[in-house]
Design a protein around this ligand. Structure first.
Ligand SMILES: Cc1ncc(COP(=O)(O)O)c(C=O)c1O
Length: 411
């Protein structure tokens, strides 16, 4: 096992130089100056490809991580009905009571641990749950252990709360799972939080219950907060659901979920977190000056998603599984190395046979073959020679995009 200490997580973006720093020497531009925290928050490299792809007619769009399915009809109807019947006012900071009850029921039923409605907060997407949780846990200069590769927003949130992001490596030789030895080596007196994300964006890896229990034990040994991002909880291709709290209950765990992926509801912006009482109270207090509450009709839409027919979830999961195996076959036939994802909806393609770094490669692939993929470097230093392909794309576009990529790299 590799015991090299993990290094500071390089800020996973390649954006243009920050503009408008407060130290601007030119008084004429002084009104544009923003705080250093904002000036140094760089645009995501995925967003850059997204923007570039908008300018390429007929580009095959495999860069974005959002379901290509529409939200279920009954979800849309529930929001419409709710708005017409008075759900047009503020709700409590933590969300409407029937939704919190349904969420506790869902977690108990699906995720396998006894959850209470009072432990839950409804948030503006999973991302806001993560933001609230990390802001409630971290003081400036505190350290948070983040995966590398990671979903870039983890590092952006750490940046916004002035915490120090320390990466732990997820490498193919270890099935993209954290090494406990490396985590041990990364702990310092300032370490406060371990963030884990399974099934993983971008690798598609998923820890077993035993592996999750080991990670929880590591967090417990060091009295760390554990943030378990389980936003792809129902998108494990074997149909199992593996939750850290079910693997090993730990009172300093915050578990984050979302409606975005499971029900194809990215635009509604509804996520939720379960947290211990004192932390939840802090998150609820912070909710007031952030968004006050999630918009009321969207909360009713989320309730309808939970209480309506659930076959849609299995149908979408099966589509992602089928696309994964077809796309992996095309890429491997074309000579590329790509691990089989166990869940979520991404392929993490190895491009180390090509000399270009992943940002250059992604832009040149778009220019030369009209295929947009996310450059691995957007997800951290370990993505130098990786591209992330989203399976949440139409079948034809996905397979044609994979063929073009393999063909392009063969030359
Ligand atoms: C790992 C991970 N966590 C959380 C989210 C949050 O999604 P949302 O804010 O739409 O719920 C995403 C979205 O891509 C994600 O990939």
């Amino acid at each position: 096992m590799n015991t090299a200490p993990v290094e500071d997580l390089p800020y996973p973006s390649t954006g243009a130089e920050p503009v408008g720093a407060r130290s601007s020497a030119n008084p004429a531009t002084a009104t544009a100056a923003v705080a250093a925290r904002a000036a140094t928050l760089r645009a995501s490299a995925i967003r850059e490809i997204f923007d570039a792809a908008q300018r390429v007619p007929d580009a095959l769009r495999l860069e974005v991580g959002e379901p290509d399915f529409p939200s279920p009809d009954w979800v849309i109807e529930a929001a419409d009905r709710a708005a017409r019947h008075g759900a047009t006012h503020y709700t409590s900071n933590t969300g409407i009571a029937p939704l919190r009850e349904a969420l506790a029921d869902k977690v108990s039923r699906v995720n396998g641990w006894a959850a209470q409605p009072e432990q839950c907060i409804v948030t503006a997407g999973g991302v806001q749950a993560l933001h609230l949780a990390l802001a409630a846990m971290l003081d400036p200069g505190d350290e948070v252990l983040l995966p590398d590769p990671l979903w870039p927003n983890f590092a952006m949130i750490a940046h916004l709360v002035s915490a120090r992001a320390v990466g732990y490596r997820l490498v193919p030789e270890q099935g993209f799972l954290p090494s406990i030895e490396e985590l041990e080596a990364a702990v310092t007196p300032r370490t406060r939080v371990l963030v884990i994300n399974f099934p993983s964006n971008p690798t598609g890896a998923a820890a077993t219950m035993a592996e999750l229990a080991e990670l929880v034990e590591f967090a417990r040994r060091h009295r760390l907060w554990l943030v378990s991002d389980e936003c792809y909880d129902e998108l494990l291709f074997d149909g199992s659901v593996r939750s850290a709290q079910a693997a090993a209950p730990y009172e300093r765990t915050v578990t984050v979920f979302t409606f975005s992926k499971t029900y194809a509801m990215t635009g509604w912006r509804v996520g939720y977190a379960f947290a211990p009482a004192d932390l939840l109270a802090a998150m609820a207090r912070m909710q007031e000056p952030m968004v006050s509450c999630v918009n009321a009709p969207a909360q009713h839409a989320a309730l309808a998603a939970l209480t309506g027919p659930q076959e849609v979830v299995a149908t979408m999961r099966e589509a992602y599984r089928r696309r994964a195996s077809a796309a992996v076959a095309v890429l491997r036939n074309g000579g590329l190395t790509v691990p089989d994802p166990q869940g979520a909806f991404y392929l993490w393609v190895d491009t180390s046979g090509d000399g270009r770094d992943s940002v250059t490669l992604a832009h040149e692939l778009l220019r030369d073959r009209s295929v947009a993929v996310a450059p691995g470097l957007a997800f951290g230093a370990s993505g130098q020679h990786r591209l992330r392909i989203s399976l949440a794309s139409a079948d034809d576009a996905l397979l044609e995009g994979c063929r073009r990529l393999a063909d392009y790299l063969r030359r």
